[in-house]
Design a protein around this ligand. Structure first.
Ligand SMILES: Nc1ncnc2c1ncn2[C@@H]1O[C@H](COP(=O)(O)OP(=O)(O)OP(=O)(O)O)[C@@H](O)[C@H]1O
Length: 311
């Protein structure tokens, strides 16, 4: 059995030079588990069938439990039988090749797929043992409990203050202005943006840098006291410095929130997450502690993917 030798972190992660400059904590020690390096192309591999390999069950309370989740866009099935436990106060990374269904799965957790015409979700997704697709659940309220941060920062074309105050206002969480001031300040502090914007809260959010806008969007999500924060490639539009700042923030936020992040960067998954789930062709292949997945993956295609071997 041959194992590919990587010359550098950059070589190994597929990251750009700037990203590779920060040495990933885990990647350099990848070992062979039961997995071997395949000869073919990952894209050409047969879809897996059967349940995903669970390297190690999560420790601590489970916040979201997905069972046999399938997603259809019209007649086309994009996700098949995904069962995954997502622990609280932990960062879970969803990784896998383009089109494998990471974003589709992420969207099932706050019912964003409801907003896509022709999209249908099967199976069960429970948050704190409550079925989020039950008819009694209001999706608008659910999305306050399960906030989402997208690839491109999407602040409202309003002031910095109004961006953060919007959610608490529409959800009736705060009435007095002084109380709202406190909520805005606290959310901006928790998102690590307060010091940069405290003297210009009434300025337009559109005047902030991309990284600041992304932290503002995170502050906006935090302001309504969510329990879960979903992040869909939150750093892909950011430079390495802004990326590092968001990664630090994610690390801080996990003390209070359950965080699920979709990322294409193996180095980022290794740096920010404690749990990793690898998807391929609409199926969950393998999940476990990030360290186990990166150091000792059990499935050959997981190894192929994390080592950047596409043929
Ligand atoms: N709104 C949609 N309508 C129809 N098909 C969709 C829609 N969104 C996603 N799909 C399809 O579902 C499959 C999974 O897509 P998804 O975006 O979830 O994958 P992904 O792993 O997040 O990809 P990427 O890494 O490129 O963002 C793909 O085949 C995609 O074309």
């Amino acid at each position: 059995m041959k194992f590919r030798i990587f010359r550098s972190a950059e070589d190994q992660t597929g990251a750009g030079p700037a990203e590779a400059a920060e040495t990933p904590r885990i990647l350099p020690q990848i070992k062979m588990g039961k997995a071997d390096v395949s000869e073919g192309r990952l894209e050409d591999a047969e879809p897996v069938t059967g349940p995903a390999v669970v390297d190690s069950p999560p420790v601590g309370p489970i916040k979201i439990a997905a069972r046999d989740v399938g997603v259809f866009y019209g007649d086309k099935q994009a996700l098949f039988d995904v069962s995954l436990d997502i622990p609280d106060k932990t960062v879970t990374a969803l990784i896998g090749p383009s089109g494998c269904g990471k974003s589709t799965f992420l969207r099932t957790m706050n019912r964003m797929n409801d907003t896509i015409a022709g999209c249908r979700v099967t199976g069960r997704i429970a948050m704190d043992d409550e079925d989020i697709n039950d008819r009694s659940i209001d999706p608008v309220l659910l999305r306050a409990r399960v906030g989402m941060v997208f690839q491109r920062p999407n602040p409202f074309p309003k002031s910095i203050y109004e961006n953060v105050a919007y959610g608490p206002k529409i959800h009736g969480l705060v009435s007095a202005k002084s109380e709202m001031d406190g909520v805005v300040e606290s959310a901006l502090k928790r998102a690590g943006l307060w010091d940069e914007v405290a003297d210009r809260l009434q300025s337009s959010a559109m005047g902030l840098s991309g990284g600041q806008q992304q932290r503002l969007v995170i502050a906006r999500a935090i302001a309504v006291n969510p329990e879960v924060i979903l992040m869909d490639e939150p750093c892909s539009a950011l430079d390495p410095i802004a990326t590092a700042r968001i990664e630090e923030l994610i690390d801080e936020l996990r003390e209070r929130f359950c965080i699920v992040i979709v990322t294409h960067s193996m180095a980022q998954a290794a740096r920010v997450s404690q749990r990793t789930a690898f998807f391929h062709m609409g199926r969950l292949v393998e999940t476990g502690d990030t360290e186990d997945i990166f150091q000792n993956p059990r499935e050959r295609r997981t190894l192929d993917y994390i080592t950047g071997r596409f043929g």
